[in-house]
Design a binder for this molecule. Sequence first.
Ligand SMILES: NC(=O)c1ccc[n+]([C@@H]2O[C@H](COP(=O)([O-])OP(=O)(O)OC[C@H]3O[C@@H](n4cnc5c(N)ncnc54)[C@H](OP(=O)(O)O)[C@@H]3O)[C@@H](O)[C@H]2O)c1
Length: 313
Amino acid sequence: MSALGFGCWAIGGEWQTLDGQPLGWGKVDDEESVRAIRRALDLGVTFFDTADTYGTGHSERILGRALGKRRDQVVLATKWGNVFDADTRTLTGADDSPAHARRALTASLRRLDTDHVDLYQLHLSDADPERAAELRDTCEEFVREGLIRGYAWSTDDPARAAVFAKGPHCTAVQHTLNVFHDAPELLALCEEFDLASIDRSPLAMGLLGGRRGTRPEPGDIRSAPPAWLPGFGDGSGADPAWLARVDALREVLTSGGRTLAQGALAWLWARSPRTVPIPGFRTVAQAEENAGAMAKGPLTTGQLADVDRILGR
Ligand SMILES: NC(=O)c1ccc[n+]([C@@H]2O[C@H](COP(=O)([O-])OP(=O)(O)OC[C@H]3O[C@@H](n4cnc5c(N)ncnc54)[C@H](OP(=O)(O)O)[C@@H]3O)[C@@H](O)[C@H]2O)c1
């Protein structure tokens, strides 16, 4: 699998919570999403991460359509645990039961137009660890049935990730990792259990792509940021303090002819040999730029130290 994956949250389009909080990234052009995925494939990207909830099933459908006959060339990851209403594009709750896991997997396979998922991930980051141990066993059943190849928990909590890591076919942890948000305990856990670190929000949700103070469009989660989403203030645009940190890092991240986004990905590869960044995208241009980071490789150890010094770590 490629050193870089593509994150398919944004291409799901708009969806929201029951009280109207946007959960998507605003409007998307499905034809552009399909072109971007195919361009990524042509450029050597062979890992794609989605979830049943992204656009309440839409992201999975678009990914399945874009891959078509090339499905077997890629490692396909999706997630389960949330419950949604596709008619109203609304997240309605969560379900951590084994019965729901099976229902959700069946539905994802249909939308993705495939007979197996390569990496099946629990999307409930704060799920009860005892219940998760049961779900880990359910995933082992799915492996035996040939419905999935491996599984992971998408969580920032090392203790929870360790519950899944004990399963023989747990192959990864998905967690937040970017220049601003280090995760040494999770990286150590990946080392200990021989897991991949699948890195979400590698571009700090656009800040490390160079997004400046422009107001995100309504329907974009960054226009009404939930408490867990840093860097976008009250939703009127990127926070000036965060932009100042981006500016301070610009010189080191854009070394070696890299763009800022490519530098942010290069930091992740330098951080650990286990990292697999999964930047989101909405356009062919972003797909080309992000895929282009692979040829430029990781930052040097000295540059990693420069980043820590600049950020006062
Ligand atoms: N709980 C979970 O499991 C979870 C949570 C979060 C994310 N994820 C996964 O991780 C993936 C990525 O994380 P993320 O979506 O949080 O954000 P991210 O990858 O940090 O940022 C993605 C955004 O950055 C901008 N961008 C992308 N490439 C760019 C480029 N080359 N130049 C400039 N801007 C660029 C785009 O937004 P604009 O152009 O609109 O600014 C894009 O939507 C998701 O797609 C999803 O698969 C999982």
